[in-house]
Design a protein around this ligand. Structure first.
Ligand SMILES: [Zn+2]
Length: 220
């Protein structure tokens, strides 16, 4: 996916101290009746009904659960703390391929949104989700400033200095490191240039809506 740079130079790395990771794609719960509370319903859908208290919405504190929702975005629960790694629901040239929305992600009531790096396919839904949920955006000073400028309301942000460990959540230590990716460079040696054949299957199977095309054009 082509990318728009908020910052090409930085991303946030999480050094996981956790021992177990259960990866589950977002999926409907087996029960026909979703919980009437939107946060409990969303957490049951993303983390599995068996891991969510149906009265409080608390997620099993003994589990580490990552639920993928596109590119490198994960709804995450570690030691009962619920947060997002990246914030982008894939759409634009296709729609609803990943069946969720910024509104449903906000309903998870994440405490924090960690920005992996500043390209739109990692960060472009962060302001909407943070505005709806009150989650704190964690990223570099550049990420936090630019996302805050996009928001109509005041956002909570936690800017990280580069190369200094200064944030811990769910027993996981977070550090922002300088990183360059997608920089233009001539092929070296015998290496053939990488040519990617476009795959239009998602567009055919999940035709784009006008609104999603507009949303993509705004960010691209
Ligand atoms: Zn990128």
């Amino acid at each position: 996916m082509s990318s728009y740079a908020i910052s090409r130079r930085t991303f946030v790395a999480a050094a996981a101290a956790a021992a177990v990771a259960v990866v589950t794609p977002a999926r409907p719960v087996a029960s026909a009746e979703p919980n009437a509370n939107p946060t409990i319903a969303a957490r049951q859908r993303f983390f599995g009904a068996e891991h969510v208290d149906p009265r409080t919405g608390g997620v099993d504190p003994d589990k580490v659960i990552l639920s993928w929702f596109g590119v490198t975005s994960f709804a995450t629960a570690i030691a009962g703390d619920v947060f997002l790694l990246d914030a982008w629901v894939p759409r634009g040239e296709f729609s609803n391929r990943v069946p969720t929305s910024p509104t449903e992600l906000a309903a998870l009531a994440p405490s924090h949104i960690f920005i992996g790096h500043g390209h739109f396919d990692h960060a472009a839904d962060a302001t909407e989700i943070a505005s709806l949920s009150g989650a704190t955006i964690v990223g570099t000073e550049e990420h936090c400033r630019e996302l805050d400028e996009q928001a109509a309301t005041d956002l909570r942000t936690h800017p990280l200095s580069l190369d200094r460990t200064e944030f811990t959540l769910g027993g996981v230590t977070v550090r922002a490191v300088r990183h360059l990716h997608s920089g233009l460079r001539a092929p070296r040696g015998e290496q053939a240039p990488l040519v990617l054949a476009p795959d239009f299957t998602p567009t055919v199977e999940h035709p784009p809506t006008l609104q999603d095309l507009q949303h993509l054009a705004d960010h691209a």
